[in-house]
Design a protein around this ligand. Structure first.
Ligand code: ADP
Ligand code: MG
Length: 654
């Protein structure tokens, strides 16, 4: 243990940021806002909170560090707890949706930006914090952008109170951290705050583009990884993919192909990293590969700047990522697989040259690179603003159009979101938060799901609704290995409901619980056991939430145990109350057209309703790949539609 502590201390002192320690402390002490720019891996996220702690800045409150990603918040908290030398949850903790490891005594707390927005609802001046570090500012997520405006205003409010003589209130320090150089914008917004530049270490990285565009980048990544493994010197490989599904399918492919490697070549070990993963597996990415073997890390853009993985010499960049986008044509938010920006491509490349010269394989042509956007467009310019509006309104900001945004969202986007919230009955005619809206803002789920939950209390089927929402919180509970697709489909028939995916999921959960989550049963039925455990965990959290905050004496009591038994039709009606915008009607030519926007949508092959003709359908998610695919699809009766959302269908009829 002493040995480990020594090593960690040596590691800390070897980081590029260490030489700037005293200057950073001095600047933060002397200024209300500081912007710190430093290359990825220089030590910003793990070290700066510790420096501030060591210098006494946590004497009057916790140091908060916000992260756009849950996995990053967990990993960083674990690492820093190790470095500080206390168990996770004591001096150093984390807090993410459905999982809080922090305690009252935590001096450093890593948290998602979403959690900080929630805390604002109960602690308007965030008085428990002395310093708020908004990390990964360059990512410009919607929530971080809102926090910019919120903490700026809180800092001023606290200062005003202090000037009025309030002795019990301490000033708030704001630190903005970013991995890219364009920090002037942050500085300007925070009263021309000083920008500090921390240099990192960067070795040269050679870029190799493909000559032809690649039809299937997962396949191309597979081939490239094996080529590197057999031809290049030691050093691990990092592959950037777009999501969990892709990561898992490539993991399987690598395992299958690795069997055929000649004995003279060492093992190639795939190490996936994504959110729904147990922590031991996650820790593996930081541990060195056994002698004579090579790791290949499969990650999303979490590995771009949030988490620095050691020993990477080779980067394979697919050129894509999944991004949350607002489909302006139909007014629905969807996840899109999209080309990355040039600045992302450069960050990805940089990951190969942290410890030695490296190689970056771009699975796209040089021409394609030239056509990429310089920077990604901030989320606030292309996102669903509904949760954001609810948070703003719940913290007392009535006129969201006049909020001090760093980048103003489009007026039309704001109006559309306000309309949707009105249809969900979260806002009244005047645009003020209704009681329902207040309740929705406090829920740990997005507004449509919150509406579904509220509706379920009325219809007395909360048990089933919570179960389905939990099941929808993972990518998929079904495994579909390409080699055994037929078998997997057959196994799934047992659970299939003629009404579609929502009830099919529910049937599967019931079957899973009847065998108590037996592992062999999962294997035989092609059920992703890990995802199922995650589902149970989310269910537990949602039940606890209802039990604690929706008690019989509250405005909206919700009894999470209330079950509708076999009358499952009302469960679908509940979902419709939240997802009335995600509906489509069958056309005479057998296609489906969305009610909102009149878009032709196709049922995804993974859906139980694939190839089926039903009068009306509702879906959970719209994904655009080659066409507009809908996933999580259930059948409806069109007569239900106006009843489910009178404000919405009334408006449209008018
Ligand atoms: P920055 O925020 O500037 O990108 P970080 O503070 O995240 O840098 O990382 C600093 C160093 O700490 C990196 O070299 C990284 O590899 C190391 N590190 C971070 N987390 C872990 C971990 N869980 N295990 C081992 N090393 C880690
Ligand atoms: Mg960082």
């Amino acid at each position: 243990l002493v040995q480990k502590a020594k090593e960690l201390k040596k590691h800390r002192q070897s980081l590029p940021i260490f030489s700037a320690r005293d200057v950073i402390i001095k600047e933060v002490k002397e200024n209300a806002c500081v912007v710190i720019v430093g290359e990825t891996g220089s030590g910003k996220t793990t070290q700066i909170p510790q420096y501030l702690l060591e210098s006494g800045l946590a004497a009057h409150g916790t140091i908060a560090v916000t992260q756009p990603r849950r996995v990053a918040a967990i990993n960083l908290a674990k690492r820093v707890a190790d470095e500080v030398g206390t168990p996770l949850g004591q001096k150093v903790g984390y807090s993410i949706r459905f999982d809080d490891s922090s305690s009252k005594d935590s001096l450093i707390k890593y948290m998602t930006d979403g959690i900080m927005l929630r805390e604002l609802l109960s602690d308007r001046l965030l008085l428990r914090y002395s310093v708020i570090i908004l990390d990964e500012a360059h990512e410009r997520t919607l929530r971080t952008d809102i926090l910019f405006g919120m903490v700026k205003s809180i800092q001023k409010q606290r200062q005003d109170l202090i000037e009025k003589g309030r002795r019990d209130i301490q000033p708030l320090k704001i630190v903005i951290m970013s991995a890219t150089l364009d920090a002037e914008k942050f500085s300007e917004y925070f009263y021309n705050a000083k920008i500090m530049y921390i240099s990192g270490r960067q070795f040269p990285v050679k870029i190799l583009n493909t000559v032809e565009p690649q039809a299937d980048y997962v396949d191309a990544a597979l081939v490239t990884a094996f080529q590197i493994h057999q031809e290049e010197q030691q050093g691990d490989i990092l592959i950037f993919l777009t999501g969990q599904e892709e990561i898992e399918s490539l993991e399987k492919l690598i395992e299958e192909y690795a069997v055929d490697l000649p004995p003279s070549v060492g093992k190639l070990i795939p190490c996936p990293i994504f959110a729904a993963q147990d922590s031991a597996t996650q820790q593996r990415i930081f541990e060195p590969a056994p002698l004579g073997t090579r790791k290949v890390i499969l990650a999303t853009n979490i590995a771009e700047t949030s988490i620095t993985i050691p020993n990477i010499r080779y980067v394979i960049d697919t050129g894509c990522h999944k991004s949350r986008g607002y489909n302006a044509k139909i007014g629905i938010e969807s996840l899109l697989v999209e080309p990355i920006s040039k600045s992302s491509a450069r960050q990805r490349m940089g990951r190969a040259g942290r410890e030695a010269p490296g190689l970056c394989f771009r699975l796209y042509t040089e021409d394609s690179f030239d056509q990429l956007e310089e920077d990604a467009i901030p989320e606030i310019k292309r996102c669903n603003l509904e949760s954001a509006i609810l948070s703003l309104k719940a913290t007392g900001i009535d006129d969201v159009t006049r909020f001090d945004f760093m980048d103003r969202p489009s007026k039309s986007g704001l109006l559309r979101s306000l309309e949707h919230l009105y249809a969900l009955e979260a806002l009244d005619d005047q645009g003020n938060l209704t009681d329902i809206g207040k309740q929705m803002a406090a829920f740990p789920v997005d507004p449509p799901y919150a509406k579904v939950l509220l509706q379920s209390a009325k219809m007395e089927c909360t048990k089933e609704v919570i179960e389905i929402i939990s099941l929808l919180s993972v990518d998929s509970i079904f495994l579909a290995p390409s080699a055994k697709r037929e078998e997997a489909n057959e196994a799934r028939q047992k659970f299939t409901s003629i009404d579609g995916d929502h009830l099919t999921l529910l049937n599967t959960l019931r079957a899973y619980e009847s065998v108590k989550g037996d592992r062999d049963w999962c294997r035989e039925n092609f059920i992703n056991a890990r995802h199922m455990r995650h589902v149970l965990d989310v269910r537990k959290q949602l039940i606890q939430f209802c039990e604690r905050t929706c008690t019989p004496s509250s405005t909206f009591p919700i009894d999470p145990k209330k079950s509708c038994g076999h009358d499952l039709e009302i469960v679908l009606k509940c979902f419709l109350a939240g997802f009335f915008q995600n509906t489509a009607l069958l056309q005479p030519d057998s296609t489906y057209k969305s009610i909102l926007g009149g878009l032709t949508v196709s049922i995804h092959p993974s859906s139980t309703l694939f190839g089926k003709k039903r009068e009306a359908i509702m879906y959970n998610e719209l994904v655009f790949t080659t066409k507009h695919y809908i996933r999580g699809v259930s059948a409806l009766e069109s007569a239900w539609l106006p009843l489910a959302a009178p404000k919405y269908f009334g408006q449209r009829g008018a």
